[in-house]
Unconditional design. Structure first.
Ligand SMILES: Nc1ncnc2c1ncn2[C@@H]1O[C@H](COP(=O)(O)OP(=O)(O)OP(=O)(O)O)[C@@H](O)[C@H]1O
Ligand SMILES: [Mg+2]
Length: 483
């Protein structure tokens, strides 16, 4: 017996076909669509009971399909699918009238259960023993949606809180202590924060810690990666648009600033934002207001802004690629996270942290690292910073599973450096053709680099090690091009 009519809209072909097959095997009649624009046309005339749609799609997105159902007073109940990271967009879909959401990656059984419960509600709404009318549908669905959001969010929020609890940012170095102190000081203010540092140093982690340690923690934290979204889309992502603002704008859409109301917005890779959008962002920072694309109504925003970049904004300013006024507005509270090689004291404790984590996740039981392996890790430069260290540890745990990690187990790049060093040290024969002055400069340079690396780059300490004045050291560094 046919259980109901389902339309599935998903731009990933294999998910679409597997899900369609699964629901068909379980008694539903399924119309799969890879093209959301075509789905929109089909939705109107085919009397579907249930719509299952992906949220992020080119052309027409899932939210627009949900809005279309409302606008056309269709009976169809909408279910949206979205990644764990875009929970907030699932919630806004629920607010726009979606019946339910499913977080990716999902189990097919989970989808089936959700479709079954949508069918149950659908029949309930159509049955004769309750009064008909749209208000009833709206009320019933709202109640279902609210319950779901409240239930899931308590679970989700406590999971998130745990994940971004301050204690989960590991660091014993002086540099990280300063970062912690800054987070603590600014978290519960409204100040705009600019987090800087190389790739993989933990900028996003810090941004999240700021949000989850502020009084806005129960409101959304909306993340926007300004570098990953094409310029043409970024504007509508940030500010939203009014129905009819451009071809394809079939209904009004809220931007991320509005979705973040009462909470925080994290503008990642802000250095990649186009000049044109920088002007608009500046206005949000100055006036706390903006208009949706194609709209004339000024919308006030109550949102905390946290921005991050791995580029040197000062340099971009002097190259005229980043507006100076915006830079000053963003840089109210700067938090700089130094690269891992400049705070090597953090390496052992991070290793332990990631080791415990990876053991737990992979049900493995690596006890630790041999002295030699630890030494190689301590001396490695980590161009990919903490993320690279985390990956190395995870890979070792997965590959070895128990016992100790020895130096041979480490990725080759780690111990080949050791070998290079050894070769370098043997090459002490003097190339007299270079001339006396060059040789002395080279020797001086080596000494200074060694002293600086032993003192984590703190010049006053390096000067002490070398038994010279700090100013002398700085002069020498300038002369030798060591800045
Ligand atoms: N101090 C830390 N303690 C524990 N984990 C950390 C720490 N710093 C970074 N990590 C972990 O390293 C990874 C990279 O961190 P994150 O994504 O915050 O870096 P990022 O600076 O935003 O990098 P990118 O510039 O590439 O976006 C994450 O998995 C994060 O959990
Ligand atoms: Mg990041």
């Amino acid at each position: 017996m046919e259980k109901g009519k389902v339309i599935i809209v998903e731009d990933e072909e294999h998910i679409l076909s597997m899900l369609s097959e699964f629901l068909t095997a379980n008694g539903y009649t399924v119309d799969p669509f890879i093209d959301s624009k075509k789905a929109l046309a089909a939705l109107k005339n085919n009397g579907y009971h249930v719509l299952i749609t992906d949220l992020m799609m080119p052309k027409v997105d899932g939210l627009q399909l949900i809005n279309f159902i409302q606008k056309e007073y269709l009976d169809t109940l909408g279910i949206v699918m979205t990644g764990y990271g875009s929970m907030e967009s699932a919630i806004s879909a629920m607010r726009c009238g979606a019946f339910d959401y499913i977080l990716k990656p999902f189990k097919f059984e989970e989808v089936l259960a959700t479709v079954d419960s949508a069918m149950y509600y659908f029949k309930l709404l159509k049955s004769d023993n309750i009064p008909k009318g749209l208000t009833l549908k709206a009320n019933l669905l709202r109640r279902y949606a609210e319950n779901k959001i409240i239930r899931e969010n308590t679970i989700l929020r406590s999971a998130l809180k745990d994940k971004y609890k301050f204690e989960n940012i590991i660091g014993v170095s002086f540099a990280m202590q300063k970062v912690f102190e800054m987070i603590e000081r600014v978290a519960d203010t409204n100040a705009t924060v600019l987090v800087t540092g190389e790739s993989g140093v933990g900028k996003e982690l810090v941004a999240r810690a700021i949000h989850y340690n502020s009084s806005k923690r129960d409101n959304p934290l909306v993340v926007v990666n300004c570098g990953a979204i094409p310029e043409s889309l970024l504007e509508s992502e940030l500010f939203g648009y009014e129905k009819g603002a451009f071809t394809g704008a079939v209904s009004t859409r809220l931007g991320r600033f509005e979705l973040a109301t009462g909470g925080s917005i994290f503008l990642d890779e802000i250095g990649d934002m186009s000049f044109n959008l920088q002007v608009k962002l500046l206005r949000v920072l100055q006036e706390k207001a903006f208009e949706r694309i194609g709209g004339s109504k000024t919308i006030k925003v109550d949102v905390r802004i946290i921005a991050a970049t791995n580029r040197k904004l000062e340099d971009l300013v002097s190259e005229n690629k980043f507006r100076e006024d915006l830079y000053y507005r963003l840089n109210v509270v700067p938090i700089h996270i130094p690269p891992l090689r400049d705070r090597r004291q953090d390496i052992p404790i991070l290793i332990n942290f990631f080791l415990e984590q990876s053991n737990r996740i992979n049900s493995a039981s690596i006890e630790g690292f041999s002295e030699e392996a630890m030494k190689a890790l301590m001396e490695y430069d980590f161009p990919g910073n903490v993320r690279e260290l985390q990956n190395i540890v995870e890979r070792m745990v997965v590959l070895k599973r128990d016992g100790h990690i020895d130096i041979e187990d480490l990725p080759e790049k780690l111990y080949s450096i050791e070998k290079e060093d050894a070769v370098l040290q043997q090459e002490t024969s003097i190339d007299i053709d270079k001339g006396y002055d060059t040789l002395v400069s080279e020797f001086e340079k080596t000494l200074i680099i060694k002293a600086l690396s032993e003192t984590q780059g703190v010049k006053s300490k390096a000067a002490q090690v070398l038994n010279i004045n700090r100013t002398t050291l700085i002069e020498k560094m300038k002369r030798l091009g060591l800045d």
